[in-house]
Design a protein around this ligand. Structure first.
Ligand SMILES: [Zn+2]
Length: 200
């Protein structure tokens, strides 16, 4: 059996660390790198990889990805300090910010509860949410996890924990089929979903 030269094998191994990338795709990427990228663009790629993984951290307040801690949203006094929108991933924050109609704060969970995959409350960014809701200026928590089984379970969990506080807990209205998540929702639907949120 003829193997690829070692540096190429090493590169294939690195690509295979990404979700959804199997051996075949990794081989294709590695061969592309060797055949089509010149040394300069390969160096730019490597530098971007290192910069992203070293300069980006999680905001200590909301968990969003940021270069500065706290992030620009948490540090902005003009944002409505009374509302916290709870989302699954940093991607949701970017989607909602792009729509430009939400002016409150965020809280990023970095996932959903998924006992079968070993993801319990401890694995999510929940502790700092409890710290934040102690702050008197917070009046409402909008839960915007996906309309999937795991997203619903996460929403129920948060609601249960917040029981007994005088916070208004709402859930965004998905005008889209069950199983949808924010990523595939257009701006208008998204704004409507936030506006039409319901107490739950
Ligand atoms: Zn933040």
């Amino acid at each position: 059996m003829m193997n690829y030269p070692q540096p190429l094998e090493d590169l294939i191994d690195q690509f295979m660390k990404y979700p959804g990338i199997g051996r075949k795709t990794a081989e294709r990427y590695a061969l592309f790198t060797v055949n089509r990228l010149n040394a300069e663009s390969a160096e730019q790629f490597a530098a971007a990889l290192v910069a992203a993984s070293t300069k980006i951290t999680r905001c200590s307040v909301c968990g969003h990805l940021t270069e500065a801690d706290p992030c620009a949203i948490c540090a902005n006094p003009i944002r409505d300090q009374g509302i916290i929108l709870v989302v699954e991933s940093p991607k949701d924050v970017f989607t909602i910010e792009k729509s430009g109609n939400y002016h409150g704060l965020f809280h990023v969970l970095h996932g959903n509860l998924s006992p079968l995959n070993g993801i319990g409350p401890e694995e999510l960014n929940l502790k700092s949410l409890w710290t934040r809701v102690q702050n008197e200026s917070v009046k409402e928590i909008i839960i915007a996890t996906s309309a999937t089984q795991e997203g619903e379970a996460t929403a129920m969990y948060i609601k249960r924990i917040l029981k007994g506080t005088d916070l208004l807990v709402t859930r965004i209205a998905y005008g889209v089929p069950v199983g949808a998540n924010l990523e595939y929702t257009d701006d208008i639907t998204l704004n409507r979903a936030i506006q039409n949120r319901r107490e739950f």
